[in-house]
Structure formats: C-alpha cells, structure tokens
Design a protein around this ligand. Structure first.
Ligand SMILES: NCCC[C@H](NC(=O)CCC(=O)O)C(=O)O
Length: 444
C-alpha cells in the first residue's frame, strides 16, 4: 500500500491582524501596530498550499475559526446585541477584544498532535487538539479545532479524535509544533520526538527565565499515552531554555524533521547527544542529523528568517526539498547556508521559496501554517475529499477570499460590527464549499 505525508494548511481567517498578543514571540510583539492585509494573507497561504499540491504532494486545508469570538465575550460578561457586545468590550477591555479577534487558528501546526496509524496500538490515526493554555487568544481555539478536525477526518474506522488536555499550565500543549515524527518510510513505525519546554511537576527542573515555556513534559507524555504509542517509539527531549528566552517559543522555530532527517540548530536542545543516541537506538534505521552551528547561523538570524520553520518534504521522486519563506532569501547568512546545504550530500537536495510575509509578521512561517498527517491510501480516501487541494478548490477559494476579505485591517477595526457579519457570511459559505456541516457556534 502507498503511504503519504499530507499537509493540511490552515486557511487564514477574515480577521487576520497584528495585535501583539504573543509574549515571547518576537515578530508578534514587534509588528503589533502594523496594518494587516487579510486578503493577501489568505492568498499567500493558498498559493503555498497549491504549490505543494502541484509538486505532487497530498495537500488539504483546514477551516479557520469564527472571529470575533462573541461567545467568549458574552461568557466574560459583555451583554446586549452582537454590536453592543463588541462596542462595550472595545471601550472597557480592548485587550480582551483583541484576544477574541485573532486569526491565530491559521497556524495549524498548533491545532493538534497527530500520530499515524503505523505508530499506534489500535492502528488508527490519532488526533489531540492542543489546549494552547499559555496564550489567552489561543486558549479559545481547541473546542472548535476539534469540530473542524472531526469534520475533515470524518471516519471513525480510521481516525480517533481525543479531547484536548486539561486546561491548566501543567498540561500546556502546543501540538505538532513541538512534535516531530522520524521514520524510514511514512508507512513504517517511527519514533515520535516530543519536545517540551519545562517539567511542570518538578520544581528543580531548569526552565526559561524571561519568556514562557509553552509546552510541558507532562502534556507530551499524556498525548503519547492517549495515542497508544509504545515507550520504545517515543523520545522526550527538552528544549534549551536559553533559546526560548531568545524568542524560540516553539520547537519548530529551531528544528524540523522529515523521515530520517532531523535538521536542527546546535543550541536547540538540552542533552542532545544522549537523546540522539536514544533516537538512533529506537529508529532501527539510518538517521541524518543535520546540525547548523551558531557560527553559520545565529539564533537571532534563525528567529528572524525562520530557517527552521521550513517544511522538509519528500517529493514523489524521493528527493527531499525545503519549503522556505522568502525571508530566508533576504537574510545573507541564512541564504548562504541554504545554498550550501543542498551541496552537502544530505537527503535535502533543493530549496523552494514562498512569500508568506503576512503570516511571518505574526511569528508564523510555512511550517506553522501546516499540520502534517501521515496516511496510507485507504486513510487518504477516508478524508473529507472536499478539503483536498486541487485546481478547482484553489480557484473556488480564491474567488471566496476576493468576495469576503478586506485588504486592510487595523486593531481599531476589530470593534466594527460589520466584521461579524462579513466573517460569518464568509465562514458559512466556506463550510458549504468544504462540506464540513455545522462546525461553528453561530451555525448551531
Ligand atoms: N506557530 C506559530 C504561532 C504564532 C502565533 N502568533 C500569534 O498568535 C500572534 C497574534 C498577534 O500578535 O496578533 C503564536 O505565537 O502562537
């Protein structure tokens, strides 16, 4: 049977804006006053997804969330008509309004952790939505994320959906951004590498001093248990707290893996040597650890360019390619490194650049925008086929974006009640295009 690694990209929602909501995420804070372009953001994302489909990859899309989130605003005491709720929140608690308007669900690397059927005891593909408790604006995502995942992977014979972990910082979970699956072939059992920022229940364990460690060991272990993974196929490794304090808020800002390749910065992990030995032992296959030294690319350049927030994909030819943001071309040290990388004799043979600047300005690169789901042919056939990218869907979604999205949005626009109507009209139409059923609260 054939096996694939599919990428499901998050569609950028109609309220895409720069509100500076993510303490510890340098780009989010630095760009807090910029005017965003939701239409351009959505189109950049669609173009990247379509380009991967054109390369012969299995590519899908995940619907965005309903924003503004009036249900959360009502839950915290704002009342009246929808327009009144928005106006009162804008006057009395603008920071809370901003948190309820973010289009952050587009970063589907944080939607869930996924374990393919080759790794799980019951032979199903397992999904656990991330609780994202570290950030208010993201902590309101997991319930709807669960609905969207269930409507997309809507076959209980093949797909097992779990509830998100308990909503407490001890179980801080950021999903696939801190999870990498290593394997020889996508269909063979692999090693699932869980990267955590801190141990919540061990007061003596090291942790960052300045910025939050969003992922805990306890959360990663819980996901591994839920997904029915064998101990022999899991490795838990701590992120270097010093790099978290330099803006590496997720592991996918400092390392990325694909099949038997782990591409990483030398400062990414604690106790890397011992953990890499454990990976080698558990893999039963040759591993390529592709290390980038600080002398080649500094942490600052890695964070600015998102060199490691690239996607490494295996093309139908068997060659690996890196999907990089154009920001990597614009950074001299990073561009020089990538030009050299393809000559080094590693499995990575080419680099392709895509403009995803609208997302980058919020601290999300190409890899943040996608959720990886390794599947066999039968599982791909069991996915909601209306979510899979092809020429027709690409054309349809571009028309949909043109019809509903604004080409500029500032934080002060978030109090505009018209935005509720625009967003709901767009999302209602989207659920029809993707045949998702009623996944949003306003549809229930
Ligand atoms: N995987 C990339 C996630 C980026 C995301 N940024 C944000 O939410 C920024 C939102 C804002 O500042 O408007 C985050 O930090 O979780």
């Amino acid at each position: 049977m054939k096996h694939f690694e599919a990428n499901f990209d998050g569609l950028v929602g109609p309220t895409h804006n720069y509100a500076g909501l993510s303490f510890g995420n340098v780009a989010s804070l630095n760009n807090a006053t910029l005017t965003s372009n939701p239409k351009a953001a959505a189109k950049q994302g669609l173009q990247k997804a379509k380009s991967l489909a054109d390369l012969g990859m299995v590519q899908g899309v995940l619907a965005p969330q309903e924003r503004p989130d009036l249900y959360t605003l009502r839950r915290i005491g704002f009342s009246g008509s929808d327009a009144e709720v928005l106006q009162k929140a804008a006057q009395q608690a603008p920071a809370l309004l901003n948190a309820c308007c973010s289009a952050s669900s587009m970063w589907t690397a944080n939607a869930a952790t996924v374990s393919p059927s080759a790794d799980t005891r019951d032979g199903k593909v397992h999904f656990t939505p991330a609780n994202l408790v570290d950030k208010l604006h993201r902590s309101i995502e997991p319930i709807t994320t669960g609905h969207i995942l269930q409507a997309t992977f809507n076959n209980s014979r093949h797909f097992k959906h779990h509830q998100h972990l308990p909503e407490h910082t001890s179980f801080g979970d950021e999903g696939a951004a801190n999870h990498t699956r290593l394997c020889s072939e996508y269909g063979h059992a692999g090693v699932e590498l869980f990267v955590y920022g801190q141990e919540a229940t061990n007061p003596n364990a090291v942790k960052p001093k300045k910025y939050p460690a969003r992922q805990t060991l306890e959360a990663s272990q819980a996901v591994a248990r839920l997904h029915q993974l064998e101990d022999e196929s899991c490795v838990f490794i701590q992120q270097n707290p010093d790099v978290i304090d330099q803006g590496v808020f997720h592991n996918d800002v400092i390392s990325v893996g694909n099949q038997n390749v782990l591409f990483y910065h030398e400062q990414a992990f604690l106790n890397a040597d011992a953990k890499f030995d454990e990976i080698r032992r558990k893999m039963n296959a040759e591993m390529h650890f592709v290390k980038v030294a600080t002398s080649q690319v500094s942490i600052d350049d890695a964070v600015r360019s998102y060199l490691f927030n690239t996607q490494i994909i295996t093309l139908p030819s068997g060659e690996m390619a890196i999907i990089a943001p154009t920001n990597c071309q614009e950074n001299p040290a990073v561009f020089a490194y990538l030009n050299e990388l393809v000559t080094l004799g590693t499995p990575i043979k080419q680099v392709r650049y895509y403009d995803v600047k609208q997302s980058m300005q919020n601290g999300g690169g190409p890899a943040c925008l996608r959720l990886r789901v390794a599947m066999n042919e039968q599982e791909v056939a069991a996915v909601n086929q209306n979510t899979l990218m092809n020429n027709a869907l690409f054309t349809r979604l571009n028309i949909w974006v043109d019809k509903h999205y604004r080409d500029q949005l500032t934080v002060s626009d978030l109090a505009d009640p018209q935005l509720i109507i625009e967003s709901r009209t767009a999302l209602d139409e989207l659920t029809q295009i993707l045949k998702l059923g009623s996944v949003y609260q306003f549809q229930k």
